[in-house]
Design a protein around this ligand. Structure first.
Ligand code: CDP
Length: 203
């Protein structure tokens, strides 16, 4: 079974997806970590993301490994965050990452989060959630996480939202059959309970 959780930055996708996976005993897939790893490799090598993407070995789990090296923290810097959204707009990069995500999810039970899981990667997903929150709430959460200034995060977030939503290939959008959950005024347990309630019982 696949549970797809898509939405903009700071809506709480990672925390929510992890918690839902834990509660259901499913495996968590952080597709954003893959785009971030491509961006990091391209920055380090001074190469084009489309050139590096197809040959990278990205392993997701408690830690993120890029060609065997632990990059869990390195992929979270503001520089990589910005570069990831630029890299993710390139069709060759998306093609390589989507193929890998589909390969991983071809067996087992998954909670996958990203921008295009319900629309492109796994349109057959049994449950699709589009997680949103007001731009201010999203920026406040992200600023608290990073120990950064909310106004700065809000400005950077607006730029990235625009790029993710306006791009030609797999733009951020809710699947027609997605359940939209606005997390602005909900606690984490409330959001998790809403999503778990959508999961069909197994015969
Ligand atoms: O956690 P946050 O939402 O800030 O970012 P992320 O989920 O780690 O994704 C980083 C970037 O990768 C996003 O800005 C998107 O441009 C891109 N991305 C994507 O295009 N498709 C996905 N399925 C996941 C991430």
């Amino acid at each position: 079974m696949v549970i797809a959780i898509d939405g903009p930055a700071g809506a709480g996708k990672s925390t929510v997806a992890r918690a839902v996976a834990q509660e259901l005993g499913f495996t968590y897939l952080d597709s954003g970590a893959m785009y971030r790893s491509v961006a990091l490799a391209a920055l380090e090598r001074g190469q084009h993301p489309a050139e590096v993407a197809p040959a990278l070995r990205i392993e997701l789990g408690a830690r993120v490994l890029l060609d065997g090296r632990d990059v869990t923290e390195a992929i979270r810097t503001p520089e990589v965050t910005e570069a990831a959204s630029v890299a993710a707009a390139q069709p060759a990069v998306r093609e390589a990452m989507v193929a890998e995500q589909r390969r991983l999810m071809s067996h087992g039970d998954w909670v996958a989060e990203g921008r295009d899981i319900g629309t492109v990667v796994a349109p057959q997903a049994e449950v699709k959630v589009f997680l949103t929150a007001s731009p201010e709430a999203r920026a406040r959460r992200r600023a608290a996480e990073l120990g950064a200034d909310t106004a700065t995060v809000l400005a950077e977030q607006a730029l990235r939202d625009e790029r993710d939503t306006g791009r030609e290939h797999s733009p951020l959008q809710a699947a027609p059959d997605a359940h939209t959950v606005d997390t602005t005024d909900l606690t984490l347990p409330e959001v998790v309970a809403k999503i778990v309630a959508l999961v069909p019982a197994r015969p």
